[in-house]
Design a protein around this ligand. Structure first.
Ligand code: IPE
Ligand code: IPE
Ligand code: MG
Length: 249
């Protein structure tokens, strides 16, 4: 399906940054009588296709929610399988991503991760840091409230060290203390599986994002579904508090 012919979307109409909450792997598997991990495996294939499609469509930044700070509360076996899939994804796909000009960035708490995973994440960022086609931001062990608290700690440290005055903390300057301060806010956030909530994803950055919730389980998401979500985004009037429509970024 992802390779089906399609009408190109004009570059000016493409959201610069798309966030994706990849949800519904477990239900996809359960509906087929398969173990949940099979849904996660298929989810990785969907991710590969989606990154390729995003690059072709002309999206410049894509942030994917791949493991939340709250997902540790799942059974240890499922957590272990998800960690294994991340390891395999980086080992198998990093060279290809690099060749395609993808820059990989990671947001989330890294200190709590197993050392080999933390090393792989750093390796992916280091290898691809000069790439400019598409930035893939991986939210891993990520929770937005936790990220904001990390930002508060960084800002307080800057104040304590005399690099920042407390009075100079504004919404703009505070953004600079979040995990990826150089990445623009998402224009569009897509969540698959029919759930209509953020589940602690990019709370600060989503202040003026458009949301598109699709019923499809993540393993069944494809290029046509991505283009349909962008089509819906293009119908929205973004006002940013004013009276007239404005373009986002
Ligand atoms: C999304 O699918 C993947 C992760 C959260 C890691 P789920 O595993 O949440 O699948 P459902 O929501 O139970 O169907
Ligand atoms: C959000 O999905 C996290 C990821 C997609 C990685 P969840 O499936 O964990 O969210 P809830 O529990 O349904 O809110
Ligand atoms: Mg879920």
């Amino acid at each position: 399906m992802s390779d089906a012919p399609h009408t190109p979307i004009a570059a000016a109409d493409v959201p610069r940054h798309v966030g994706i909450i990849m949800d519904g792997n477990g239900r996809w598997a359960a509906s087929r009588g398969l173990p949940r991990v099979e849904g996660h495996r298929r989810g990785v294939e969907t991710l590969r296709r989606t990154i390729r499609a995003a690059g072709e469509i002309g999206i410049k930044f894509i942030t994917i929610f791949s493991f939340s700070a709250e997902n540790w509360s799942r059974p240890a076996s499922e957590v272990g399988e998800l960690m294994g899939l991340l390891r395999r994804f980086i080992r198998n796909d990093l060279a290809e991503l690099h060749k395609s000009g993808v820059r990989v960035r990671i947001i989330g708490e890294r200190d709590e991760l197993e050392p080999d995973i933390a090393r792989l994440l750093t390796e992916a960022e280091e290898l691809t840091k000069g790439n400019t086609n598409l930035t893939l931001v991986v939210a891993f062990n990520y929770g937005s409230r936790q990220e904001i608290v990390r930002g508060v700690h960084r800002a307080m440290k800057a104040v304590a060290e005399g690099r920042l005055k407390a009075d100079d903390i504004t919404a703009d300057t505070f953004s600079g203390f979040l995990d990826a301060p150089d990445i623009p806010d998402p224009d569009l956030i897509i969540r698959t599986s029919g759930e209509q909530r953020l589940s602690n994803f990019l709370l600060w950055q989503a202040a003026y994002s458009e949301f598109v919730f699709v019923p499809t389980f993540w393993p069944d998401f494809d290029r046509a579904a991505l283009e349909a979500a962008i089509g819906e985004f293009r119908q929205r009037e973004r006002r940013f508090g004013g009276l007239v429509a404005k373009t986002g970024s």
